[in-house]
Design a protein. Structure first.
Length: 435
């Protein structure tokens, strides 16, 4: 491999510049900023490297699809070119799309999730092609542009182009180390239900002296929100925890090892908090972190929030909330439960809109066929829960992308029957089920 590594070392500067260029192109899915431009830029980069590439339109962001190499096996690589919104801008030490390098680190919105991974993989392919001539396997790239907004239109591409997605395994975007520099192996992905609540008052903002007689939607919203979760951190939506699956004894064993390998105090200090929620530590912390669903207020907006004061009675108040879901919770079911909850508590006037949804997924604890992977991870840190980022050739079962295919497959009754929620489905079968 020395020739390949030599090529990588020799092209280090160009590879970093390539990443900077991609990071300097904003691609904010939630705000529809720069999506088309970035799709074209990624396609151009893939073509330049030698990947046969095509852009596929959806009703949302285009999907960039590419193929390179040939051989008995096919690896599908899933990545995305969109990023989260960069706000609040005042918190950045350098502008979010400047891609500045400081102390040997590159700072940009989306560099870690997931433009860095994409460029690293494409550059690895280039290094191989330039030194060895041809890949010994087929590598397919699926690069979408709406991952950060729950991949609302990826299913259109999946449905229409199943043969393109056939593969022996799937590698998802991520890969990283924790604060102790331990690489993580993730054995699943939490799902999500993202909603927006809106309370309305008068037809326009009023002077706050009117607050004696005109309803204040900001208060309505705060009261509604306060019914969702108690101070003990319990989510109060009726039936919310009904489908939650407790860790098996095998999983608990791995959680114990993970807890033993982790330095809670180091993490706590890194975050600048006195204690973790409810004072948990050790095994309880790991278990809670990976196996509990959440109800998080991601943002609240109403009235005047600028400098100084303004005596205003707002006419509208909104809150964005995400529920991170664990097996076997289903986003549609939780949405109905939250809606019902609001009505039951006298907040039928508070509108609820679903902004995104994704099913949770969990893979079984690796058995003997994963021994090699497992042994290497052992003694480092074994993670579980939020993401899956290390793969064997069989690992499409464990992968987020595989899960997306599963989720879509479940929309078909046959697939639903054969692959109940919480079970993984190899991509090849998912494609088959979708046909
Ligand atoms: Zn991502």
């Amino acid at each position: 491999m020395n020739d390949v590594f030599g090529y990588i070392d020799g092209h280090r500067r160009q590879f970093i510049e390539r990443l900077q260029e991609l990071c300097r192109q904003p691609s904010i899915a939630a705000q529809n900023v720069g999506i088309q431009e970035t799709a074209r830029m990624v396609a151009g980069l893939m073509e330049h490297i030698g990947v046969k590439t095509e852009l596929y339109a959806t009703d949302g962001a285009p999907v960039v699809f590419g193929v390179v190499g040939s051989g008995p096996r096919t690896l599908l690589i899933y990545n995305h070119y969109d990023v989260q919104p960069p706000e609040p801008l005042g918190e950045w030490h350098s502008p979010p799309f400047a891609a500045e390098v400081r102390d040997g680190k590159l700072y940009a919105r989306g560099v870690a999730d997931n433009k860095g991974n994409l460029v690293a993989r494409l550059s690895a392919v280039e290094a191989w092609l330039q030194t060895r001539g041809a890949l010994p396997l087929t590598v397919k790239f699926v690069v979408e542009g709406e991952e950060e907004t729950s991949s609302a239109h990826l299913y259109q591409f999946v449905r229409q182009h199943q043969p393109l997605l056939q593969a022996d395994g799937c590698l998802w975007e991520a890969g990283g180390k924790d604060i102790q520099e331990n690489p993580g192996i993730y054995m699943g992905a939490k799902g999500i239900l993202y909603v927006e609540l809106e309370a309305k008052g008068a037809n326009r903002d009023l002077h706050s002296s009117q607050a004696t007689i005109v309803p204040n939607p900001a208060w309505r919203l705060v009261w509604a929100l306060s019914t969702l979760k108690g101070r003990s951190e319990n989510i109060l939506v009726e039936g919310f925890y009904d489908e939650v699956v407790e860790p098996s004894s095998e999983e608990m064993e791995h959680l114990r090892r993970l807890a033993a390998a982790r330095d809670d105090d180091l993490r706590r200090r890194d975050l600048g908090i006195d204690q973790f929620l409810l004072g948990v530590s050790g095994l309880q912390l790991v278990k809670r972190n990976l196996y509990q669903p959440t109800c998080t207020i991601c943002g609240i907006e109403s009235g005047y929030t600028g400098p100084g004061s303004k005596t205003v009675l707002p006419h509208r108040a909104t809150a964005k909330i995400d529920f991170r879901l664990v097996p076997n919770q289903r986003p549609d079911d939780i949405f109905e439960k939250v809606k019902h909850h609001l009505a039951q508590h006298g907040f039928a006037d508070v509108q609820i809109r679903q902004l995104g949804a994704e099913h949770p997924a969990r893979t079984p604890v690796p058995g003997d066929d994963h021994r090699d992977l497992w042994t290497r991870a052992d003694g480092l840190a074994v993670d579980g829960g939020d993401r899956t980022n290390v793969r064997t050739h069989r690992a499409v079962r464990n992968s987020h992308c595989g899960d997306r295919l599963r989720v879509r497959a479940q929309q078909r009754p046959r697939a639903q029957r054969e692959y109940p929620a919480g079970r993984f489905l190899p991509a090849s079968q998912a494609c088959g089920a979708l046909v």
